[in-house]
Design a protein. Structure first.
Length: 66
């Protein structure tokens, strides 16, 4: 993989914040926001690999904070 980016939103995608991504190769860790219990969190992921393949996916209300 040549690039990996993640953004999070706590307002159903109206605004996005860059999430901290650490790691390399096939092992990445993303720091998710501290949201209030029950608050929905949306995710956007963009990844690209050598050779031009990639993904750009948005999931509105991916999970509710615990």
């Amino acid at each position: 993989m040549t690039s990996f980016q993640v953004w999070t939103s706590t307002d159903d995608g109206a605004t996005w914040k860059t999430a901290r991504v650490t790691g390399a190769g096939d092992n990445y860790r993303v720091e998710l926001p501290k949201a209030a219990a029950g608050q929905p969190v949306s995710l956007r992921v963009k990844a690209a690999a050598n050779g031009g393949s990639g993904i750009d996916q948005t999931i509105i209300r991916a999970y509710n904070a615990g």
